[in-house]
Each structure stands twice: as C-alpha cells, then as structure tokens.
Ligand binder design. Structure first.
Ligand code: NAP
Ligand code: MG
Length: 472
C-alpha cells in the first residue's frame, strides 16, 4: 500500500496522529494512505513558512518568476504520473486530468510567473507638497484549502499566485483526494524551492483545516469548497481578522432558447453536467432551462447524447465519465435520484453495466424534483425546467442563493446581451459552457464566493495594499 507523506519545511513527514485511507472510487477499495494531520502539524508548517517568507519576499520578482517557470516545466515533465495518481484517487477520467488539468495547471503557473514582476502601484497626485502612492505587498504566510474534485489544478493555480505575490504557503488538501498533491511536492526539491516556502499538510477539515484557519500567524486564507464550509471558515477566521477569499458552490442555469443552434447546445449542455468530472464541478450546468416549444425535442437530444457517454474505468484513456469520488459523495448523489422524477438515467452502482465502484448514470430529472432543483448535488444529475419567455427564464435562473455561472444558448445578439446583464452570476457563457482560462477572471456572486480567481485580478487577492504619503 502506498503511503504519501506530508511536506513540511522541505521534508516529507508522516503526521503525529497516524493515517487516513484513500479509496479508489472505481473499485471502492483502499489504495493508499495519507497523513491524518492536525494542529501540531499545521503549527510546524506555519513555523517553516514564517522562516522562509522574508527570503522569498526579498527575492527580486523576476527571479521568483524564473523559479515558478522551472516548477511549471517540472510539472509538465511529470504530467503523466501525476495525472494517473489523481485519476486513480478521485476517479476523474484520465482524458480530463492528463489532457486538461495537466498541462493546464503548468500553463497556469507560467501565467502567474509572468505576473510576478508586473506588480505595480499607483502614483496619486494630491497636492504639490506631497508624493502620494500605493504599493502592493505580500501578506506573509497564507493558507490554502482545496477540495477533492480537481486537486492538482487548484494546487498549481493557487500556490503559483500566492508565490508570485511573494507569500509563503501552507496548503490543506481534501483528505479524500490528496495523493496527487503530496506526490507533486517532490518537484519543489527538484527545482530547488527554499525549504518551508510551500508546505502541505493533509488532515481532516475540522482538524487540520480548522487549525490553519484559526492560526494567528496566518495572515490570509484562500478557501475553495462548499458554501456551508465557506461560512464556517469566515466565522472561524475572526480571531485575527485574517482576509478570507472564498470560491464556493453553484447551482448554475444553462438556458436554451428556441433560436439556438440546437446541435451545438446539445453538446454544450450535456458536457456541462455529465462529463466534467461526472458533474463534480462547481460550474456544472445542473439546472437546464429549456423553452417549452423545444422542450421535448431538446430532452430527446440530451438523452441520445447521454446514451453515448462511455461510463467506466477512469484510467482508460477512452472513458468519458468516471465514478463519483468517494462513498460519502456517492451516497449523497444517490439520495437525489427520486425514481418518480427521472426522465432518463437514474441507475447507479451495481445496477449499471459497470460494477464495483461509485458509478452514477448520467441522469435528467424533471422539475418536480424540488430538492434537486435547489441544492448543489455535485454529481452527474441535472434538472430540466421548462420556461415560456425570456422574463420567466431570467426569474427562474436567478431564483437561487448561488451565483457562480450561467449559460445562454441563442442566435439573437440582443437577447444574449439582455441575458448577460440580467443573470446574477460571476461568469456568463454564451453559446458555449464550462470554459475557463487562467487569463480570464472567474469568481462567484451571491453565496458562490467573494474573490476572483484567474487573471490579473486574482493576484490582488494575495497582496495587501499600502498607501504612502510623503511630504516633500
Ligand atoms: P468542502 O466539504 O467544503 O471541503 C473543502 C475543503 O475544506 C476540504 O479540504 C475540507 O477538508 C476542508 N474543510 C472542511 N471542513 C472544514 C473546516 N471546518 N475548517 C477548515 N477546512 C474545512 O467541499 P468539498 O465537498 O470538498 O468540495 C466540493 C465543493 O467545492 C462544492 O460545493 C463545489 O462547488 C466547490 N468548489 C468550488 C469551486 C470554485 O471555484 N468556486 C471549485 C471547485 C469546487 P476534508 O474534506 O479533508 O475534511
Ligand atoms: Mg480517493
């Protein structure tokens, strides 16, 4: 059995409290163990990061960028191995991890490296007798908490942004899928990162995660995960009033008008929920709003598409959709499969042709599934809701406490613009869906978060603003 170790102060270390099992969701069997880190391990990691911080802060930004680029190259060189570990550990198909997140994660590191030496403040002339300006500074030690659906992609994106800004980092991955991140820590040694600059402590959220959020020497925490945990983290961080940036859940509407290119829309809507990590994606288009005129036709198209999705072994490069990542999530997803509401799909686990793992069939429920309409399911399960006009589509789309993303399918330019303005979401896609890029800001409105990821804006999240008034 492989045991993956924490990474603290440049050393691979077990946790004082022992081990947690990591399950291969394609079989339901334990395949590896990760450390059960707790407050003591977090404390060691924060101390190591504090030691590393001043040297990194004072490293000329272009040299920071060069180190980050060397890390990106090392990620690329090890992409196959890392993608395989992640697919084994959380069940996302190799097609997505190997062709999507890696190289995507490495390219994101390159992008943030490019920002490292372009951090600039403003000169603000107030009166002739003063020189007044702003500058951005790193916080110091920052914490990063990561969920299990795309661990490496988030690890590379968040850590590279934090480092480009000049911080030292302590990362707490999700214990259900931490193996790929722990395996990737070896690269910091290869590239020659200063010991303690990046530390990774795996442990349970209420234990290691809570200790990180509550730590007085941590100046800022970035959290990606569920809205419920995000609220707890905001409260828990009140002790030293640390800055908290949150990327949270979603219940995103994907809206199909009769004037859409329905062939394109079928692919975009189906892949927006089913094949992106088996629906375990914060931006999953889990509410499919379809104009009444085309409702039956479009549902039939979705069913035909879904029937061709190859569900099975995530390690097979041909597989389109793998299992749900672990038993707790599998049980949660299954609890939404109300047989009375199933339009298509609805089978799971041993009822499917693929047996032995946490498999759920691509499923569409009708609008009578009240819980499934409102709550984030985080699985390959969507709800189809009919509407009769633009105003009704907007009202249904916005009738949620989430505001992460939305999709609009129409060939009318005017309608597209009206919808972009009216939808309460951090990202709106028109005639496409689930497209993210490191250069384009991405973040939630309403209860989906408070911070932009990606783009130049994301780097600001990792820096403190200082104003200077100098009398001349
Ligand atoms: P989660 O249950 O909120 O957990 C996320 C992370 O927080 C895990 O590392 C977890 O640790 C940790 N955690 C749990 N309780 C904690 C506590 N009291 N204090 C500190 N840390 C704690 O979310 P998840 O189920 O793993 O991930 C799925 C969610 O993430 C979905 O809601 C999804 O929409 C959201 N997500 C959002 C984005 C975005 O960019 N907006 C991207 C991806 C995912 P353990 O699991 O190890 O206990
Ligand atoms: Mg696992």
């Amino acid at each position: 059995m492989t045991q993956f170790l924490n990474y603290i102060g440049g050393q691979q270390r077990p946790a004082a409290k022992g081990w947690l099992d990591s399950v291969d969701p394609a079989t339901g069997e334990v395949w590896a163990q990760v450390p059960a880190g707790g407050a003591a391990d977090i404390d060691d990691a924060v101390r190591a990061a504090r030691t590393a911080f001043p040297g990194w802060r004072d490293t000329p930004p272009l040299q920071r960028a060069m180190k980050l680029r060397a890390w990106a190259d090392a990620i690329m060189a090890n992409a196959q191995e890392l993608a395989e570990i992640e697919s084994r550990d959380n069940g996302r198909v190799l097609k997505e991890t190997r062709q999507g997140d890696l190289p995507g994660g490495a390219l994101h590191v390159h992008y943030n490296a490019g920002l490292a030496d372009k951090i600039v403040g403003d000169t603000i002339r107030i009166n002739p007798s003063a020189f007044t300006y702003t500058q951005y500074e790193p916080y110091g030690v920052v914490g990063v908490i990561i969920p299990w659906n795309a661990p490496l992609a988030m690890f590379f994106a968040k850590v590279s942004a934090a480092l480009a800004a000049g911080n030292a980092v302590v990362v707490k991955p999700a214990e259900q899928a931490a193996c790929s991140i722990l395996a990737a820590c070896r690269l910091f040694d290869e590239v020659g990162f200063p010991p303690g600059l990046v530390n990774v402590v795996v442990g349970e959220g209420p234990d290691a995660g809570d200790a990180l959020v509550g730590h007085d020497d941590v100046a800022m925490v970035h959290f990606t995960g569920s809205t419920a945990t995000g609220k707890k983290i905001k409260q828990r961080s009140a002790g030293n009033l640390k800055n908290v940036s949150l990327e949270l859940g979603g219940k995103s509407p994907n809206i199909v008008f009769p004037d859409a290119d329905l062939d394109k829309a079928t692919v975009g809507v189906a892949t927006g929920i089913y094949t992106g990590g088996a629906g375990q994606s914060c931006i999953a288009g889990s509410r499919i709003l379809i104009h009444a005129e085309i409702f039956d036709d479009f549902v039939a198209r979705l069913e035909a598409f879904a029937s061709k999705i190859d569900v099975g072994d995530p390690m097979d490069p041909a597989t389109d959709m793998g299992p749900v990542a672990f038993r707790g999530q599998y049980d949660k997803v299954r609890s939404y499969l109300d047989p009375a509401a199933v339009i298509f799909g609805g089978r799971s686990g041993p009822d499917m042709t693929t047996t032995g793992g946490f498999y759920v069939e691509p499923t569409l429920l009708n609008a009578s599934a009240e819980r499934a309409r409102r709550e984030e399911i985080f699985g390959p399960v969507a709800v189809a809701v009919p509407f009769t006009d633009e105003a009704e589509a907007i009202a249904i789309a916005n009738d949620t406490s989430f505001g992460l993303a939305a999709g609009v399918w129409t060939e009318s330019l005017g309608r597209a613009h009206r919808l972009v303005d009216a939808l309460e979401a951090g990202t709106v896609w028109v005639n496409t869906y689930r497209r993210l890029h490191w250069a384009l800001p991405f973040g939630g409105h309403k209860q989906s978060g408070n911070a932009p990821a990606n783009g130049v804006e994301a780097l600001r999240e990792w820096m403190n603003l200082k104003a200077v008034w100098m009398e001349t």
